[in-house]
Ligand binder design. Structure first.
Ligand code: UD1
Ligand code: UDP
Length: 384
């Protein structure tokens, strides 16, 4: 029997981090699987950082990114480029990840070619069409085009079943981000360059900040940064480390509100290795990211989420994550509380691991092999 051809399609930093473990796992079965990697490069530098770290070399690179790209640009260029790639490769199955516009376009392109779709990190929902935008709709649309739903958690599986997806088509795997995280965080890791290498992580309290959500661009981000300014001026032992997303619309406001402030380190997006290890050394995290909401809890770091909704309720339920939105007073008050109230800090700094055990990629690949009669059925992930 010919090996099954499995094409992974991804385009942004978080998809690459979360798909890399799957790509590496697929490569372990050369007699059973022919892996093909196609990237849209919806992100350029931020994607390349991850590809280099995990030594993933794409077979196809559409190189679509443009400065200030719109959703229409990303969708049209991805779809057009993937048409040619899929026509040439004719994979047996396409794997897409999560909720970006690359994800949706990848699933749609595979559907147009009548190629089976596997959706990794399937079933996350806020049930608010515009929050996060456009991710909630991207994952729903990708889900409608999907044949195999790899749900990271039981909650995500439940969301899919509530939408009448057949139980046999949903497999709970854990989130592959925990595979990537566990392979990357190391107590012995040392930062090699300033400012990270110069900070004394024992005597200073590091607040790690990232922001990029489309619905937060503009005034919401400005309010968050103003709250951070207030915090830094009040607490002399606080250092803010802020790897600033490449989006020019984020960078402009960051510079205007936080540029030149003492103890606020504005740096370019970090490679995943220093970034993951920085989470581990931070005191707390302020972010509107999806992936960081999964990583920080498993390292026992409290997360204040700069959003009004989350599709990741598990760490919220465990108490490690709190939704604070973008109101200046609220962000200031909740951050301050974690800096002055030790009991509250201890309650939130409670390592919990609802998102995975580091075996998600193995389960995904084994499940695909099992579907093709090439392996035993793997056991699903169950959070302890
Ligand atoms: C995208 C995803 C979002 C995901 C986020 C992760 C969509 C619509 N959005 O949002 O779901 O959470 O990635 O970070 O799919 N840029 C660079 N270099 C890079 C990356 C981005 O210069 O390596 C700049 C470009 O000017 C680009 C802009 O950032 O036009 C925005 O990138 P885009 O992918 O459109 O949106 P994100 O906010 O990154
Ligand atoms: N990340 C990184 N370097 C950074 C900031 C984030 O490697 O400077 C990683 C982070 O650990 C997580 C992922 O990027 O795995 C999250 O990406 P992002 O916040 O851009 O996207 P989202 O998860 O919100 O889709």
């Amino acid at each position: 029997m010919a090996p099954i051809k499995v094409m992974t399609i991804f385009g942004t930093r978080p998809e690459a981090i979360k798909m890399a473990p799957v790509v590496l796992e697929l490569a372990k079965y050369p007699t059973l699987v022919t892996p093909v990697v196609a990237v849209t490069a919806q992100h350029r530098e931020m994607l390349d950082q991850v590809l280099q770290l995990f030594r993933v070399v794409p077979d196809h690179d559409l190189d679509i990114m443009s400065r200030g790209q719109t959703l229409f640009d990303i969708t049209c260029r991805s779809l057009q480029g993937l048409n040619d790639v899929l026509a040439g490769e004719r994979p047996d199955i396409v794997l897409v990840h999560g909720d970006t516009t690359t994800t949706f376009a990848g699933a749609l392109a595979a559907f147009y070619h009548q190629i089976a779709v596997g959706h990794v990190e399937a079933g996350l929902r806020t049930r608010n069409k515009f929050s996060p935008f456009p991710e909630e709709m991207n994952r729903k649309l990708a889900g409608s085009l999907t044949d195999l739903h790899f749900a990271p958690t039981a909650t995500a599986r439940g969301n899919l079943l509530a939408e009448a997806v057949a139980p046999a088509d949903v497999f709970v795997t854990g989130n592959t981000v925990i595979d990537a995280l566990l392979a990357t965080v190391d107590e012995k890791y040392r930062f090699t360059a300033p400012p990270l290498a110069d900070i004394d992580y024992l005597s200073r309290r590091v607040i790690l900040v990232t922001t990029h959500r489309r619905e937060n661009l503009g005034e919401p981000l400005r309010h968050v940064y103003q709250a951070l300014r207030d915090i830094v001026s009040e607490f002399a032992d606080v250092e803010v480390v802020f790897p600033v997303h490449k989006n020019p619309r984020v960078r402009e406001i960051v510079q205007a509100e936080l540029g030149g402030l003492a103890r606020v380190h504005l740096v370019d997006p970090l490679d995943y290795q220093p970034f993951a290890n920085l989470i581990a050394r931070s005191h707390l995290v302020l972010t509107d990211s999806g992936g960081i909401q999964e990583e920080a809890p498993s390292l026992g770091k409290p997360v204040l989420v700069l959003r009004d909704t989350t599709e990741r309720p598990e760490a919220l339920d465990a108490g490690t994550v709190k939704l604070v939105g973008t109101d200046r007073e609220k962000v200031y008050a909740e951050t301050r509380r974690l800096l002055v109230d030790r009991d509250e800090y201890r309650r939130m700094a409670n390592a919990c691991n609802p998102y995975g055990d580091g075996q998600a990629a193995r389960r995904i690949v084994s499940f695909i092999l099992w579907k093709h009669g090439l392996a035993e059925r793997p056991e699903p992930y169950s959070a302890r």
